[in-house]
Write a protein that binds this ligand. Structure first.
Ligand SMILES: Cc1cc2nc3c(=O)[nH]c(=O)nc-3n(C[C@H](O)[C@H](O)[C@H](O)COP(=O)(O)OP(=O)(O)OC[C@H]3O[C@@H](n4cnc5c(N)ncnc54)[C@H](O)[C@@H]3O)c2cc1C
Length: 463
């Protein structure tokens, strides 16, 4: 697939679309493996995070008036979207930002079916067990369920959750410790509310006096700042090899200044690597916060010159924010272009390297080139726009266009009263980025950023 910045498929009449047989034979020769099905154009989006949902919505809009039948499927291990972006606030403000407000049933994606459209939308709830480079997807029941669930009805011939599509968008995202994200596998919403509320209640308990956050990235400092802002009498400590590694120095300086103002202790140049029950093995998406009084978090110095590094830090609660890992388990590394760390390599067009008909967006991708591409919801959404446009171009037989990496931007709230921000062309000057961060996330913890879905779960009257 080539990149051609001068081609615009929107200017081309629909009649230029290749015939169904031409499309299928092209798809067959490109995939070089199993025979494609005969019938409507089939597209599946794998994963219902911001990247997957925006790709699903974009494809539904772009193909609503397609001249022939289109089947569009969104596959998710849960029947709801969980707003990860607002978890630090929900953890400390169960009344203002109850966790139910972070849970959006996926059914609402199906309610706006356009009259007379050839496009049929479906959601398949189940865990994706495997995805072939022939675009065969195998979905099995999610945790605590006996069957896969098709909403509203199965794709023809795919009741058991196995099917082949013409185009795929891989948006399987990443996992990290609970409660920042929920474990992959399909936790039911009632159970999630219970577990999240349980963690929030234990954190609020006055016996939980010393809180340690392991990890000095954006999530670590945001979590620490939310806790300290909501509970100013608790001792909050961040332990990490480095604060905001890889971020511009003025941004790091701004963060240090806000954290110091909030009396959050930073122990850097240390690593936590020997705490059974705290740090699960790599790639186990089941880290949990630990609530054990007088837990000694063991530290190892990362500074060879240090002579007086602390060997442990006491805690009554420990939150883990040591970064994300990609959800690439369904992709056989022998067949798919995955990196050593499990990221899926894409071309600048967001097509998966060397695999016909497959695009990928969001946290799971390894984007080529020297520009830093963050793992951010807003970038996943931007990438989805390009992936959608490129699928439409591919359907029309047109050349693909590259995604343009936006200039580096970083904004985050540090509690409801402070923020840090680095904006293109401005950096941290005049505190403009910090003001933007406060506006975007300070007040409501970022709940308002979810503008692509309307209805969250109703909040129980007792909340
Ligand atoms: C605490 C926190 C705060 C953040 N704040 C911000 C912020 O302020 N702004 C911002 O832009 N970004 C923020 N981010 C980053 C943002 O959440 C991610 O970049 C974004 O969620 C990535 O979207 P995605 O669609 O690629 O993947 P994900 O959101 O990870 O979604 C992937 C989906 O695929 C599902 N899935 C995975 N494997 C399978 C499988 N085998 N079968 C079925 N389903 C599967 C997952 O369960 C999940 O629902 C924050 C992240 C965290 C953790």
């Amino acid at each position: 697939m080539s990149t051609d910045a001068t081609t615009n498929s929107k200017t081309k009449p629909a009649s230029r679309k290749p015939s169904l047989m031409k499309r299928l034979s092209k798809s067959y020769s490109r995939s070089g493996s199993s025979l494609p099905h005969v019938g409507p154009l089939r597209i599946a989006v794998l994963g219902a995070g911001p990247g997957g949902i925006k790709a699903f919505q974009g494809l539904a809009k772009a193909l609503a008036s397609h001249p022939s039948a289109v089947d569009l499927v969104l596959v998710s291990d849960r029947d709801y979207y969980f707003n990860t972006v607002s978890t630090p606030r929900a953890l400390v403000d169960p009344t203002g930002t109850p966790v139910a407000k972070l849970i959006y049933p996926l059914r609402q994606l199906l309610t706006d079916e356009a009259m007379g459209s050839n496009l049929t939308k479906r959601v398949l709830v189940g865990r994706i067990e495997s995805v072939g480079t022939d675009r065969r997807v195998k979905v099995i029941p999610s945790a605590e369920r006996n069957t896969v669930e098709w909403i509203p009805s199965p794709l023809s011939g795919a009741d058991d959750g196995s099917f082949v599509v013409d185009y795929l968008v891989v948006a399987l995202g990443s996992h990290t410790a609970f409660p920042s994200k929920v474990p992959v596998g399909g936790i039911e919403s009632a159970k999630l509310v219970e577990q999240f509320t349980g963690a929030a209640t234990k954190l609020a308990d006055e016996k939980t006096h010393r809180v340690v956050v392991i990890g000095g990235g954006l999530v670590g400092i945001e979590t620490a700042a939310e806790i300290k802002t909501a509970y100013p009498t608790k001792d909050v400590t961040i332990v990490a090899p480095e604060l905001l590694p890889g971020y511009p120095a003025p941004f790091v300086k701004q963060a240090r200044s806000v954290l110091a103002r909030k009396s959050i202790t930073i122990i850097d140049h240390v690593r936590v690597n020997n705490a059974p029950g705290l740090l699960a093995p790599t790639n186990t998406p089941s880290f949990r916060p630990v609530f054990v009084p007088d837990f000694a978090v063991p530290l190892t110095s990362t500074d060879p010159a240090a002579t007086t590094a602390p060997i442990s830090v006491p805690a009554d609660a420990v939150f883990v924010a040591t970064g994300v890992a990609p959800n690439s388990a369904p992709l056989d590394p022998q067949a798919w272009p995955v990196t050593d760390r499990g990221y899926l390599r894409v071309t600048p067009d967001l097509a998966v390297e060397g695999v016909a008909g497959v695009f990928a967006v969001g946290d799971i991708i390894e984007f080529p080139g020297k520009d830093r591409v963050g793992k951010l919801a807003f970038l996943a959404g931007e990438q989805s726009k390009t992936a959608v446009a490129n699928i439409v171009r591919a359907v029309h037989g047109d050349s693909l266009k590259a995604w343009k990496v936006p200039p580096f931007t970083a904004v985050t709230a540090l509690g409801r009263d402070a923020g840090i921000g680095y904006l293109p062309g401005i950096g941290t000057k005049l505190g403009v980025g910090a003001a933007v961060a406060k506006k975007l996330k300070g007040k409501d913890g970022g709940v308002g950023l979810v503008d692509f879905l309307k209805e969250s779960l109703p909040v129980p009257a007792s909340a």
